[in-house]
Design a protein around this ligand. Structure first.
Ligand SMILES: Nc1ncnc2c1ncn2[C@@H]1O[C@H](COP(=O)(O)OP(=O)(O)OP(=O)(O)O)[C@@H](O)[C@H]1O
Length: 237
């Protein structure tokens, strides 16, 4: 399988803090990939550098066989952490905006996903709960027929029951698509079963990457994996 993303020795420093520290990895195409690790391990910085919002100090990065930047971004749907939508838009208006401005946005897919996720199309963003707005942001990204979708902490603010429903929906929906979806989270125990491939990060570097099945066979559950990988860090807290 061809890699959709390769990084070689990528480093990004803020002052004395190394947000990415010689990060090297290769991410295979198709399926759902978890970028996992505790707060501050570099997940968002990694995503921002993939879409050219952050320029690494050194190292090489290839995404869809190209360099990161605005030309490559046409084929990427990116949901930043803490993303918000225009408060005055209704869901329908948000979809119309997206159809007009976002490459490869599929209106019919968005409408289907809104039904599935229980988001009324006449709802105004400013009247939405945090979880409802998070669902809208998710729909605006995954309704784009692009090879790569990058979701930074997309489930923040969504309760556990809705989360499970959305995840089941995502898995069904993705089976019909040839997309790679990168999802970052530090709440691994709540999204067990979602990832085909997992990358565990710590202190700006990848400490393990591979098929999630391999991990499960070795450790039993993702929760156990998390505890094992970050044991020393948890003991320090
Ligand atoms: N613009 C910035 N200026 C200064 N420091 C930054 C900046 N962006 C990130 N950092 C630092 O780099 C490190 C990695 O941050 P990053 O946001 O990439 O981690 P994360 O794994 O996404 O964390 P979280 O799970 O909390 O979102 C942190 O120590 C953070 O404080």
């Amino acid at each position: 399988m061809n890699a959709v993303i390769t990084c070689k020795e990528v480093t990004k420093t803020y002052g004395k803090k190394k947000a990415l520290d010689h990060l090297s990895l290769s991410i295979p195409g198709n399926g759902i990939v978890g970028i996992l690790g505790p707060n501050g391990c570099g997940k968002s910085t990694f995503f921002r550098s993939l879409v050219g919002l952050v320029k690494p100090d050194s190292g090489q990065m290839k995404i869809l066989d190209r360099k990161p930047g605005w030309k490559t971004n046409k084929d990427i749907a990116y949901l930043p952490d803490r993303a918000r939508w225009y408060p005055n838009h209704t869901v329908d208006e948000a979809f119309k905006w997206a159809k007009h401005f976002l490459d490869h946005f599929e209106l019919e897919t968005a409408i289907k996903l809104a039904d599935y996720m229980d988001i009324g199309r006449d709802m105004k963003v400013q009247g939405m709960s945090r979880g409802q707005e998070a669902r809208l942001m998710l729909i605006l990204c995954i309704a784009r027929n692009v090879p790569l979708v990058i979701l930074d902490e997309p489930f923040t603010g969504i309760d556990i029951i809705s989360r499970e429903q959305i995840i089941d929906g995502l898995i069904d929906y993705l089976q019909e698509r040839n997309q790679t979806i990168l999802i970052s989270t530090h709440e691994i125990h709540e999204i067990e079963g979602l990832f085909d491939y997992s990358i565990f990060m710590d202190k700006g570097t990848a400490i393990w990457s591979g098929e999630t099945e391999t991990l499960r066979a070795q450790y039993g559950s993702m929760h156990q994996v998390f505890k094992t990988f970050y044991k020393r860090r948890l003991e320090r807290q």
